[in-house]
Design a protein around this ligand. Structure first.
Ligand SMILES: *Cc1c(COP(=O)(O)O)cnc(C)c1O
Length: 382
């Protein structure tokens, strides 16, 4: 029964509120590009790459057409290919494993930690063993900073170093977050991120970037994004792809980056209020000491079997929810034949059955959030 029939539906992510705030700054930025007509790798692309590098502390930023391409560029620049194993979590968005297969390598799944949703570094040795047992050479590791929270990069680096693995951080959901007081972008050998509109820093279409401190990797990725160009685009030194960030999207992102620190703080306030309002009725996410999250998702855990009822009662009150992710990758049709680490992936299975995400964005005002918290509290038995 709908107890509050007159309240308007709440958006899961409110891109329109941000658009209103940015106002004519965006229109002017896009107009500048429309006037100079340098639509591919125009001056706004170079400018945004420099701003992003300054923001996160990485030496190089190479923008490209999507977060997925950012991961592909990273793996290709690292020389990962057929016969190589790329270790990644099973509880993540499919692109994390997809890119390993796209470059001809083999994804090998490792489990995650139930409290952080991120890669369990203790499982990496078992994944290396499974890769070797399958006749593969373990070459790279893709930790994911899921839902905006950094992975335990010190533990990941230690496990990777012991086995000589290259690290490509998948920060598609977490650009702007920090680990031990350093922003993501400088952990591992390279870091990929996405500007898909729903990500914490999104553009008005598809876009992505790779960050690295390694000059050789940066050079290779700049070549790869323009068909493997050498001294110019008619000098082809490697097989590449056509993957640039549109100049127009770079112009949009420069405007959005200016307000991003304020938005990160606003997201954190929203997350804190959710935690205070619901910690006694559900398992709420926590941020370990020394980390910050950009809260790409605000994800509760409920005992298996409870979340459908919660989703239904919230929906009846105009409150959307989402399940990220209902099926772990090792169970997906496209990925189920790839190796799983020797420790198994029990936590990934458990989380897939327990998680549910609530509306989260920088413009969620307190009365609206109170409506959500109140509805969750009424729907869940204490
Ligand atoms: C969104 C996402 C990607 C892919 O980014 P696109 O820009 O959509 O290609 C990769 N990995 C993770 C974890 C993501 O959430």
């Amino acid at each position: 029964m709908n107890l509050r029939p007159n309240l308007p539906p709440i958006p899961f992510i409110d891109l329109a509120a941000q658009r209103r705030r940015l106002g004519s700054a965006i229109d002017s930025a896009v107009s500048r590009v429309l006037n100079h007509c340098q639509f591919i790798l125009g001056p706004e692309v170079r400018a945004f790459e420099a701003e992003m590098a300054a923001f996160c502390g990485a030496k190089h930023v190479v923008t490209c057409a999507s977060g997925t391409d950012a991961l592909v560029l990273g793996l290709r620049a690292m020389g990962i290919g057929p016969g190589d194993a790329v270790i990644c979590p099973s509880f993540t968005f499919c692109a994390t494993a997809e890119v390993a297969a796209l470059v001809g390598a083999t994804p090998v799944f490792v489990d995650v930690n139930a409290a952080t949703f991120n890669i369990d570094a203790n499982g990496i040795a078992g994944a290396i063993a499974a890769a070797k047992a399958a006749g593969l050479t373990p070459k790279a590791l893709i930790p994911v900073d899921l839902f905006g929270l950094p992975a335990d990069h010190a533990a990941v680096a230690a496990a990777a170093k012991a086995a000589n693995l290259l690290i490509l951080d998948d920060a598609a959901q977490a650009f702007g977050a920090s680990y031990n007081n350093r922003r993501l972008g400088t952990f591992g050998h390279a870091t990929a991120t996405s500007f898909f509109p729903a990500k914490p820093l999104g553009c008005y279409g598809d876009g992505g970037a790779v960050m690295t401190d390694d000059d050789a990797l940066a050079d290779a990725m700049r070549s790869l994004r323009v068909h493997g160009q050498g001294s110019d685009k008619y000098d082809n030194v490697r097989i590449g792809l056509a993957s640039r960030l549109d100049t127009m999207q770079a112009a949009v992102l420069s405007e959005k980056l200016k307000i991003f620190p304020e938005e990160i703080a606003a997201r954190d306030r929203v997350a804190r209020r959710y935690g205070e309002g619901m910690a006694d009725v559900a398992s709420v996410p926590t941020v370990p000491a020394g980390y910050t999250s950009v809260w790409a998702q605000y994800t509760l855990r409920l005992p298996a079997g409870r979340r459908d009822a919660l989703a239904a009662s919230l929906k009846a009150e105009g409150i959307p929810t989402a399940i990220y992710y209902p099926i772990p990758l090792h169970r997906q049709q496209a990925y189920k034949n790839y190796p799983v680490g020797q420790g198994g992936v029990a936590v990934s299975e458990q989380l897939a059955a327990e998680v549910i995400s609530l509306p989260m964005h920088a413009y969620l005002d307190e009365p609206t959030q109170d409506r959500i918290i109140d509805a969750v509290r009424r729907a869940l038995p204490r």
